[in-house]
Design a protein around this ligand. Structure first.
Ligand code: HEC
Length: 169
């Protein structure tokens, strides 16, 4: 448009205003997402900070793994009558309250604990090596407490022999 004449000049001013008005609206519209983004960013930063302050969420229960070298350990104690007698004695003190006097998994404490292994089941320990049983008895497993340093190695091997002897043929 030619803005040199008076009328045109006025029109031009008006047009300028309209344009300006439109522009500022457009600007505002353009800025809105930016503001939203900033807000989101701050919200995220706050959230991230909070996460950092909180103790890490509990990791899902880890699968129970026995190191292969422990599983492969060979039982150095033969299941002689002497070994079984010694194993039975310790078993009576430390294990029978859960696994039962006769190994059926129904000891006094077994009512509070689920899945206490029943040693009388012929296949309960079938797929376990002596090394694995040794490891479980020494370190514990799930709700079963570890024997820890209470027992000497041979004591534990005696108990391995004993619990194996409980399986019904
Ligand atoms: C507080 C109860 C409790 C006591 C005490 C306890 N156990 Fe256990 N035992 C368990 C439970 C529960 C399991 C099953 C654990 C699992 O598989 O999660 C188990 C499993 C076992 C297994 C099988 C492990 C496997 O991987 O199949 C053996 C062997 C065993 N116990 C031996 C013993 C011996 C030997 C003692 C004594 C020194 C003993 N336990 C004492 C509760 C107990």
């Amino acid at each position: 448009m030619d803005c040199s004449t008076a009328l045109h000049a006025e029109l031009c001013v008006l047009k300028g205003k309209v344009l300006k008005n439109r522009m500022s609206k457009q600007d505002a519209l353009k800025k809105t997402p930016l503001l939203l983004l900033l807000l989101l960013f701050f919200a995220f930063a706050l959230w991230a900070q909070e996460q950092k302050d909180q103790p890490p969420a509990k990791e899902p229960a880890q699968e129970y793994k026995i190191p292969p070298e422990d599983a492969a350990k060979v039982n150095p104690v033969k299941p002689t009558a002497e070994s079984l007698t010694k194993g039975k004695k310790l078993y009576g003190f430390d294990c029978a309250m859960c696994h039962g006097e006769n190994g059926d998994g129904k000891g006094d404490m077994a009512s509070d604990i689920k899945n206490v292994t029943d040693f009388t089941k012929p296949d309960a320990l079938k797929n376990r090596t002596d090394g694995e049983l040794f490891y479980v008895i020494r370190r514990g497993k799930g709700e079963m407490p570890p024997e820890g340093d209470r027992a000497k190695n041979d004591d534990i091997w005696n108990m391995v022999n004993y619990v194996r002897s409980l399986a019904k043929k």
